[in-house]
Design a protein around this ligand. Structure first.
Ligand code: ADP
Ligand code: MG
Ligand code: ZN
Length: 629
């Protein structure tokens, strides 16, 4: 931000210099005006040349000769001409020959100095100079005064948010994110028929948070809500709030909400809210005052506007983890909707949406395109079809056909951050890793039920297995934590068993960190090891609260430190051996599920449990099915 401001500054000074040289130019012109004005004057009226005049004098054709010494011109009346027809001629510096001829021929000779306009010209020039100087100065002064004013009313005058009266986007234009759409249809009703809710005494939520990676359609969804509800759409990006001057962001927030309230019902969309909404005071070595003020103002506004005022705020981020907790409290952004990378079917639906307004060859099967584009976001897919269309035009084709699609896929992949897994050996390894997690979690009665396992790359991960946490009980038992450790090690265990100890990859690094943390917590905080029920460590990670983190010392002796390490090691080793054992025992099942996952990309929790239950005849697995659904 400071960069853009500096740029403005230098622009201004450049303009200033330019102005100064303009001034110089004007002055030069003004000075020049004096001299050549006369020459110009005479030139155009010149009918006779000096030579001709001399000839005419000698041939006694000249009636009258009037010399003006001021301008060194002569007014010549020829014989048979009236005084009005007299011609003016510019003379030379030394006119001796002409004067002699005039005398010899007895021409009527007069000397009449013109009114002295040289004085007038000089005066005029000076006046002009003064005028230009004063005018120029005044302009400069006014400009700098303006600039100062600008600086003072920065936040007030420059509204950086956009308002669209009608976004023209409908839910039909957003595809492949059905769950998110379902959750958001309610917001449309809030905006359209608030009475429905207020009549029954319900409070309409004010804020929603859309969480998801870039290009998955968060902005599009927000626009679609406004479009469906037929309300104005106000949008601003979080980064726009953050300016160099303290207080500017806060005043922008105030402006935005004031405008929104004037236009209620309406929808306010704050993109990249993490730019302002980061945890306050999280930076060691000084926070960002400006950002904190902006965030505080945002919180105040969220609280301030009346319940059911008809303004709904939707914010988007791909970093929910860094958001200040205060933003997520009830009455603020308490509803969260995840917008994720689309799976195979989602991609197909998005391709269909974007193929609507393009001429696509009849023999193109969008299903095939969707299969070939794992990891593509909605934006990538839109881009893909657009690239293909451009290629088709370049090749002078009537419609988009497969060669264009193929080339466009390659182009988009090259431009993407993490390439989707195309290499099949790598993909198999990832599949074994993820299914390893999922299988061990599913077979362990103490583990949360699996929600989904997928090979769709997300950000920097190539696949994921995730679970439905049991939210009701805030309690965790020792065997539950051990189950989590075991399943977290399941990925590495599968790599190890299937591909051999030399082939294991760095893909497990996150898992291993998580495992170490859990095991350490069991030993040092939860009293769940043979070391006994001691709190051996205070709360770590409290740097954010700015307590004296530099002086924190461990609360135990060297000897205990060794014992802690030993306990942690024991827990992890045991869990790992268990995991490997389970993998070995279920090798056939693992292979089968991996094949299916590679084919399908995603396996839902229910389906996964059904497959496992069928193969193992396990009642435990089916019980989980009941919990999960
Ligand atoms: P985000 O805000 O999540 O970064 P956008 O909403 O700005 O993503 O998406 C950019 C463009 O990508 C959209 O304008 C649209 O053309 C396309 N797009 C993204 N997601 C979808 C989707 N789910 N359905 C249809 N088009 C999409
Ligand atoms: Mg966006
Ligand atoms: Zn893993």
């Amino acid at each position: 931000m400071s960069f853009t401001f500096k740029q403005g500054q230098s622009n201004r000074s450049r303009r200033f210099k330019w102005r100064a040289s303009m001034l110089g130019l004007l002055l030069g012109q003004a000075l020049l005006l004096g001299a050549p004005a006369i020459a110009q004057n005479t030139e155009e009226e010149q009918g006779l040349t000096y030579g001709e005049l001399l000839g005419k004098v000698e041939r006694e054709r000249v009636e009258k000769f009037v010399l003006d010494p001021e301008t060194n011109t002569a007014t010549v009346t020829l014989k048979g001409q009236t005084e009005e027809e007299a011609e003016t001629i510019q003379l030379l510096n030394n006119n001796q020959e002409l004067l002699d001829a005039l005398k010899d021929n007895n021409v009527d000779f007069e000397v009449v100095p013109s009114q002295d306009n040289s004085v007038a010209i000089a005066l005029f020039t000076n006046l002009l100079l003064i005028f230009v100087l004063v005018g120029g100065l005044a302009m400069i002064i006014r400009r700098s005064a303006n600039a100062q004013n600008n600086a003072m009313s920065f936040g007030k005058s420059r509204a950086r948010f956009q308002m669209e009266a009608d976004t023209g986007v409908m839910f039909d234009d957003v595809a492949g994110v059905e769950e998110a759409k379902e959750e958001l249809t309610e917001v449309v009703t809030f905006l359209k028929e608030p009475n429905k809710f207020t009549a029954i005494g319900a409070t309409i939520p004010r804020g929603m948070l859309l969480i998801g990676p870039p290009g998955t359609g968060k902005t599009l969804l927000a626009k679609a809500i406004a479009g469906e509800a037929g309300v104005p759409f106000f949008s601003i990006s979080g980064s726009e709030f953050v300016e160099m001057f303290v207080g500017v962001g806060a005043s922008r927030v105030r402006d935005l909400f004031r405008k929104a309230q004037e236009n209620a019902p309406c929808l306010v969309f704050i993109d990249e809210i993490d730019a302002v909404g980061r945890q306050r005071g999280a930076g060691i070595g000084g926070g960002n005052d400006e950002r904190e003020q902006t965030l505080n103002q945002l919180l105040t506004e969220m609280d301030g506007f009346e319940t059911n005022s008809g303004v709904i705020v939707i914010a988007a981020t791909n970093r929910p983890d860094v958001l200040d907790k205060a933003l997520l409290r009830p009455g603020r952004f308490d509803r969260q909707v995840t917008v994720d990378y689309p799976d195979h079917n989602g991609r197909l639906a998005i391709l269909e949406v974007h193929a609507r307004d393009k001429k696509v060859d009849d023999n193109i099967d969008l299903k095939v395109v969707s299969r070939r584009t794992p990891g593509f976001s909605g934006a990538d897919l839109a881009n893909l079809l657009n690239e293909a269309a451009i290629l088709a035009v370049r090749r002078r084709k009537e419609t988009i056909s497969m060669p264009e699609i193929n080339e466009a896929i390659d182009r988009v992949i090259v431009g993407m951050e993490g390439n989707p897994v195309a290499d099949s050996k790598k993909k198999r390894l990832v599949a074994y890793h993820e299914v390893g997690h999922a299988l061990i979690a599913t077979l362990n009665p103490n583990h949360d039920p699996l929600a989904k396992v997928t090979l769709i790359p997300r950000g920097r991960t190539l696949g994921t297995a995730w679970y439905l946490p049991d939210e009701e009980l805030g309690l965790e038992s020792r065997k539950q934590i051990l189950a989590v450790i075991e399943s977290a090690l399941g990925g590495r265990a599968a790599e190890d068993v299937i591909f051999g100890a030399d082939e294991v990859t760095n893909g497990a690094s996150q898992d291993i960190q998580q495992v170490t943390k859990l095991a350490r917590r069991m030993v040092t905080k939860l009293g769940m090891s043979e070391l006994g029920q001691f709190a051996l460590e205070g709360n770590t990670g409290e740097v954010f609260l700015r307590n004296d983190w530099t002086t924190q010392r461990p609360d135990y002796s060297e000897k205990i430190a060794g014992a802690i390490d030993e306990e942690i090691r024991k827990i992890v080793f045991e869990a790992y051996e268990n995991a490997k054992q389970i993998i070995r025992e279920n090798r056939n099942l693992l292979d089968k599920i991996v094949d299916q996952l590679i084919e399908q990309e995603t396996i839902e929790g229910d389906e996964f449990r059904r497959i496992v239950a069928e193969a193992t005849n396990s009642k435990v697995v089916l019980e989980k099915q009941a919990i999960a659904s």
